[in-house]
Design a protein around this ligand. Structure first.
Ligand code: C5P
Length: 219
């Protein structure tokens, strides 16, 4: 029944962590595995979508039929996204984008000298919000990892970033979400919501994409 639900639909998504250089040999990053984003890419391609996957450094194989673009930093991820955003129908922001980058990347390896040191950081661009503010705008879906008051924070993000839909997971539940193979999602949109109970990330990906497909055909 999934088979052709996204036939002819152009879908772009971001996945994985970003890597923010400190100097030529060091970086700031996070523990994102990219599993949820890659599961969504695999499911979307199986549902007939034309899939572009913009990913930070992960150790996962490219799913069949998926066009993959490898990036490192948040700025590179934003550039890769905006380069191909124009005729996309759906955009899903799955990446764990670093909130900050180092203000001035050192051109040579930083040597240890004093007992303490400080790194000045500056805010990274919000890729999801940038896509949602674009003039020709796809259906925009965000993710939110929360530890409490999931609905309140998710709906706040939905409104603040002007999203069409947000998929929230409670990362305080053990074995769920970040880096795990299973997840549960609470999905919110302007005038509705649906809970997708804990299951493997690929099943969840099919369910989320089916839900998205019912919303885009309404346009
Ligand atoms: O605000 P917060 O980081 O919790 O929002 C998470 C959502 O926003 C995810 O969909 C993530 O991919 C996206 N995001 C982004 N660019 C950022 C920060 C978050 O696209 N700089």
């Amino acid at each position: 029944s999934h088979a052709n639900a996204l036939k002819g639909v152009k879908l772009m998504l971001t996945a994985g962590p970003t890597r923010e250089a400190i100097d030529p040999v060091r970086y700031i990053s996070n523990h994102s595995s990219g599993k949820m984003g890659f599961a969504l890419a695999r499911a979307a391609a199986a549902m007939g979508a034309e899939v572009t996957l913009i990913t930070g450094p992960v150790t996962l194989q490219t799913p069949p039929g998926v066009q993959r673009v490898n990036v490192e930093s948040a700025q590179q991820m934003l550039d890769a996204v905006m380069d191909k955003i124009d005729n996309q129908d759906i955009f899903i922001g799955c990446a764990a984008v670093a909130d900050y980058r180092v203000a001035e990347v050192a051109s040579g390896k930083i040597k240890k000298s004093s007992e303490t040191m400080q790194l000045a950081l500056v805010r990274n661009p919000d890729i999801l919000a940038t896509v949602a503010a674009h003039e020709v705008r796809p259906f925009v879906v965000g993710f939110a990892a929360e530890t409490h008051d999931v609905e309140t924070y998710a709906r706040d993000k939905l409104n603040r970033k002007n999203l069409d839909m947000i998929a929230a997971n409670d990362v305080s539940v053990p074995g769920q979400g970040f880096n795990a193979d299973t997840n549960a999602l609470r999905v919110f949109w302007r005038d509705g919501h649906q809970d997708l109970p804990a299951t493997d990330k690929l099943s969840l990906a099919f369910q989320l994409l089916s839900l998205i497909s019912t919303k885009i055909t309404k346009k």
